[in-house]
Structures are given as structure tokens and as C-alpha cells.
Ligand binder design. Structure first.
Ligand SMILES: C[S@@+](CC[C@H](N)C(=O)[O-])C[C@H]1O[C@@H](n2cnc3c(N)ncnc32)[C@H](O)[C@@H]1O
Length: 385
């Protein structure tokens, strides 16, 4: 097949609204700034458009074009790229161009596929297996061609789930100034990098992100990776959550699996900084386990295993209630499937002007009295209660 015939066929299919998705790859020149382009149809204000997503080394750029214009753009792209994969409503087409622009066109029927046109559809922002994201390649989750490594698949899923939460939180973050984000106990920082990638590179938000952790070597490595990726508004600091006081206002606080009361300290700091968004997945809650004394619950608490789990659930319920009492709309949500980790509850809190409901504080008091508990977080927040 020659180039013109290929282009005519693609134009015809675009005009007939048969495109489901496409990826154009293999730049002829290694120096090409754009590495890959993804296409999909979108409907914006009732107009059928083709969205082009240009994947640069560290940045994604989008443009939505009417079909005729999209067809012309596509023809142009084939002067610079040698490979494409189109999913149409009835078949998959693989295209390979030779050095001299000879076309190999391989079509394979796939059964009926439907294009998902909603511009804001949920899956739009998820990271895809098969597309290389520089931070995931650098962190060893993906191989350089974008394939997720088998042993890293759970991590990949967790990262995607986390990005869903970040996306939901976006509406609560200021859009007119630099957004300040802290990740307490960032550890190896897969999720810190994911957060940065999504908010900065995909959403173009003006932000400054700091990951804080006790472990010097891990932090140095993360700092190096951030530098290598040119993530200029992401920094990593060695420090203890309990002593971290170098801020006056923060927009979003993240703590993922920070141990025991380090989570509470981070939550308390977030409230003091008037953070608009808090995302926290607690870890190893020991505090209540040693405090609980509730004869009424003896049937449960006589079993060490149950007591431990009960303490963890009670701790998270108390955390959520305290955040609600100081004006946060708070939910406890499933982070990822239980089969992957027992540390599965995410506390999500958005700042509101809401005052506590009548009797809410008394209800809280009755609960802590029942357990004979004096929670660390309550003490930290006493001036707000
Ligand atoms: C289980 S790891 C989780 C890492 C990362 N947030 C994640 O979800 O993949 C917990 C991290 O919290 C850090 N950490 C625990 N207590 C801390 C504290 N008081 N101050 C700073 N970091 C702390 C640990 O060093 C560790 O790296």
C-alpha cells in the first residue's frame, strides 16, 4: 500500500466516526521531542472531535480537533513517525512505515468496539500498561517500552488507585496560585512521584511538593530521581514528622502508611495548616491497643488478633470523627483490594465551613469513654475541639 491510499483510508474511517483509540509511535528521529501520540474521539459541547495527546519526554500536551483537521494532522504526523496502532469500531489496524515510506497495513477483526466519548470519563487519567511514563520506568515499575513488570503489577494498580483519589481532590485545590503539597513518610515515594506526574505534568498545576522521611539514603535516592526527571518543583527532605514545623500554610497533606502515631501527627499538622485536602492511609496502629479497656467488649477483646484489628478500626474511626469535628468532610474508603494488603483504609478529608452536628462531640466522648481511650490526635487537636 502507498502512503496516499493509507491516508485516504484513515480519513474515511475518521469521517465515519469509527475511531475508538490510536497510538502513533516510533519517531524517525531519536531527537524528536514528541515520543508518541495518542488519539481518541471526544465529545465537547456536543461536537465530535479527535483528541491528540502528545507525549513529550516529561510533559503531556493535548489538542482537540474537528475530524477534517484531525485527518490532515494525522497525515502530517506520518512524515515523522513510523508506527501506528488503530482500534476502530470493528477491527484493529497495525501500520508500519518503511524508511522509504512504504506502508505495511495489517488489519484484524476484533468484534464490535464502542468509542467512549465522554471528555471526563473516569479512566481517562489512569496510567496505562504499555505506555512508558518516565517516573515509572525510572522507579522500575515499567520496562523502558512501558510494559509493567509482572512483580510490580500490584504497585502499578495501587498507583492508579491513588491517582483516582488525587483526581477527585483536584476540585478542592486552589487553581490561582502555587499549590503546596506535603507527603509525610514518603519512603520510596512511588506515590509522591505519581502525584507529581498527575498534577504537574498531566494537569499542568502550579505546585510545590515535598516528600519527608526519616531515611536519609532513601531520600537522597528520591532527590536524585527527581533531578534526573527534571521534576523541579518536587523536593525530598530528611526529617521527622513530629518535628516538621517549617510551614505556615499547606494545601494538601498526604500520609501513606506512616507508622502508628506519625499518622496522627501528620493529621494534626494538616489541620493546623488549614489543609484543604488530607489523604491518609494509616499503618500499624498500636496506640489504642495498649489503652483499650472495655469489659462490655470482653468477648471480642479477649482474642489478641481481634483486639488488634478492633483497635486499628477504632483508631481510624476516631481519626475520621475528630477531623469531622474540626470541619472536614471525612470519609473512610477502600484504598486497594484487601487481598493485596491489610493496610487498606484511606481517610479522605476535605475542608469545609461546616460546624459539628448537634450532639456529635458527646457521641465521640461516649465512644472514647467506652474504650477508656485518650487518643493522641484528640490531644493534638484540643484547641480546635
Ligand atoms: C511503610 S513506609 C510507606 C512509604 C510510602 N508512603 C508508601 O506508601 O509507599 C512508611 C514510611 O514512613 C516513614 N516514617 C515513619 N515514621 C516517620 C516519622 N516520624 N517521620 C518521618 N517519616 C517517618 C518511614 O521511614 C517509612 O519510609
Amino acid at each position: 500500500m502507498d502512503l496516499q491510499t493509507m491516508q485516504d483510508q484513515l480519513t474515511e474511517r475518521l469521517l465515519q466516526q469509527q475511531l475508538v483509540s490510536a497510538t502513533i509511535s516510533q519517531p524517525r528521529l531519536k531527537s524528536n521531542d514528541i515520543k508518541r501520540i495518542k488519539l481518541k474521539p471526544v465529545e465537547i459541547k456536543k461536537e465530535y472531535l479527535i483528541q491528540f495527546e502528545y507525549q513529550h519526554e516529561h510533559v503531556l500536551k493535548h489538542e482537540n480537533l474537528p475530524v477534517e483537521e484531525a485527518a490532515r494532522k494525522l497525515a502530517l504526523l506520518f512524515t515523522d513517525f513510523r508506527q501506528a496502532l488503530f482500534q476502530f469500531t470493528d477491527e484493529k489496524v497495525q501500520i508500519q512505515l518503511s524508511k522509504k515510506f512504504k506502508v505495511i497495513w495489517k488489519a484484524e477483526p476484533t468484534g464490535e468496539k464502542k468509542a467512549e466519548l465522554s471528555h471526563n470519563r473516569k479512566k481517562q487519567y489512569l496510567l496505562e500498561d504499555g505506555i512508558p511514563y518516565p517516573f515509572l520506568v525510572r522507579l522500575g515499575v515499567q520496562s523502558p517500552d512501558g510494559k509493567v513488570k509482572k512483580q510490580k503489577y500490584d504497585k502499578f494498580r495501587q498507583i492508579n488507585r491513588f491517582i483516582e483519589f488525587i483526581d477527585d481532590a483536584l476540585a478542592y485545590l486552589p487553581q490561582d496560585r502555587t499549590v503546596r503539597i506535603l507527603d509525610f513518610g514518603s519512603g520510596k515515594s512511588y506515590l509522591t512521584f505519581a502525584l507529581y506526574h498527575y498534577l504537574r505534568i498531566e494537569k499542568g498545576l502550579d505546585l510545590r511538593v515535598t516528600g519527608l522521611d526519616l531515611k536519609k539514603e532513601v531520600i537522597e535516592e528520591c532527590q536524585q530521581i527527581a533531578q534526573d526527571l527534571h521534576y523541579e518543583q518536587l523536593e525530598f527532605l530528611v526529617g521527622d514528622i513530629n518535628d516538621y514545623n517549617g510551614e505556615s500554610a499547606v494545601d494538601m497533606v498526604v500520609t501513606l502508611h506512616a507508622c502508628d502515631t506519625a499518622t496522627d501527627m501528620a493529621l494534626a499538622r494538616a489541620v493546623k495548616w488549614d489543609a484543604k485536602v488530607i489523604l491518609s492511609v494509616p499503618c500499624c496502629q498500636h496506640e489504642l491497643n495498649s489503652q483499650i479497656d472495655a469489659p462490655e467488649l470482653g468477648i471480642m477483646l479477649q482474642h489478641g488478633l481481634i483486639k488488634e484489628r478492633f483497635s486499628a478500626l477504632a483508631t481510624d474511626s476516631i481519626r475520621a470523627e475528630l477531623l469531622s469535628l474540626v470541619g472536614y468532610e471525612t470519609q473512610l474508603m477502600e484504598f486497594i483490594d484487601m487481598e493485596h494488603t491489610p493496610k487498606n483504609i484511606l481517610i479522605r478529608a476535605y475542608k469545609t465551613d461546616r460546624k459539628p452536628a448537634a450532639g456529635q462531640f458527646e457521641r465521640y466522648r461516649q465512644f472514647t469513654a467506652l474504650l477508656s481511650a485518650t487518643p493522641f490526635l484528640e490531644n493534638e487537636l484540643k484547641e480546635y475541639l
